[in-house]
Design a protein around this ligand. Structure first.
Ligand code: 5RP
Length: 225
């Protein structure tokens, strides 16, 4: 199977997992990226089963709206029942690296508000140790040089993602050469650097379940400590 076929298969598995859990008043959190796009497209026939969505990016909001799926402002919502999103890497604890699509901050906000976080990914994202995928860090533009220095002190090699402006009007540094053994500590350390909006480690709020598309079928994985 191609990578896109695996992504579509996990998106279909997520529909089977999520839709039966939803009630008419429930809000679904929607991630960003190609796997999330498959999920949005497959969700359209079920839009009467729940109240609507909160989107983690303008791009996902536009795609949801194109299917006439309601998109609400998070500030108007009391809670999010389930958040569904992809990842760039996951380890066995379901600590993730996210932000390849530059939507990490809004993704982290939606994940923080969700009662359950369902991660959907193809098997290329499954790793023993996080860090081969460069860690995205969203930054206030004027802090780029300072944050870069501090990230170097933590052992990383930050590279400015040229030409990318996030939905929050900020910039992205992609940090190479990190070997991440303690994702919770590193997530906190990077978030403490002045000028960082947030970083793409999802360890303090990890996924609750991973639906992983493999050539042998979709595996359902819960975190191991
Ligand atoms: C966007 C993300 C995506 O979830 C991540 O990049 C995976 O994308 P894709 O599903 O296209 O492989 O974090 O900011």
């Amino acid at each position: 199977m191609t990578q896109d076929e695996l992504k579509r298969a996990v998106a279909a598995a997520a529909i089977e997992y999520v839709v039966p859990k939803l009630g008419p008043n429930d809000i679904l959190g929607i991630g960003t990226g190609s796997t999330a796009n498959f999920f949005i497209d497959l969700l359209a026939p079920y839009k009467e089963h729940f109240a609507g969505t909160v989107a983690s990016s303008q791009a996902s909001a536009t795609r949801l709206t194109s299917h006439d799926i309601p998109v609400f402002d998070l500030n108007e919502m009391s809670s999010i029942a389930i958040y569904v999103d992809g990842a760039d890497e996951s380890n066995q604890q379901l600590h993730l690296i996210k932000g390849g699509g530059a939507a990490l901050t809004r993704e982290k906000i939606v994940a923080a508000n969700a009662k359950e976080f369902v991660c959907i990914a193809d098997e290329s994202k499954w790793v023993e140790t996080l860090g081969a995928f460069p860690l995205p860090v969203e930054i206030i533009p004027m802090a780029r040089a300072y944050v870069s220095q501090q990230l170097q002190h933590l052992g990383g090699k930050p590279v400015y993602r040229e030409g990318v402006v996030t939905d929050n009007h900020c910039h992205i540094l992609d940090v190479h050469d990190l070997h991440i053994d303690d994702a919770i500590t590193l997530e906190q350390q990077i978030n403490h650097i002045t000028g960082v909006v947030t970083n793409g480690l999802f360890a303090m709020r990890a996924a609750d379940i991973m639906l992983l598309g493999t050539s042998k079928g979709v595996r359902s994985i819960v975190p191991t400590s």
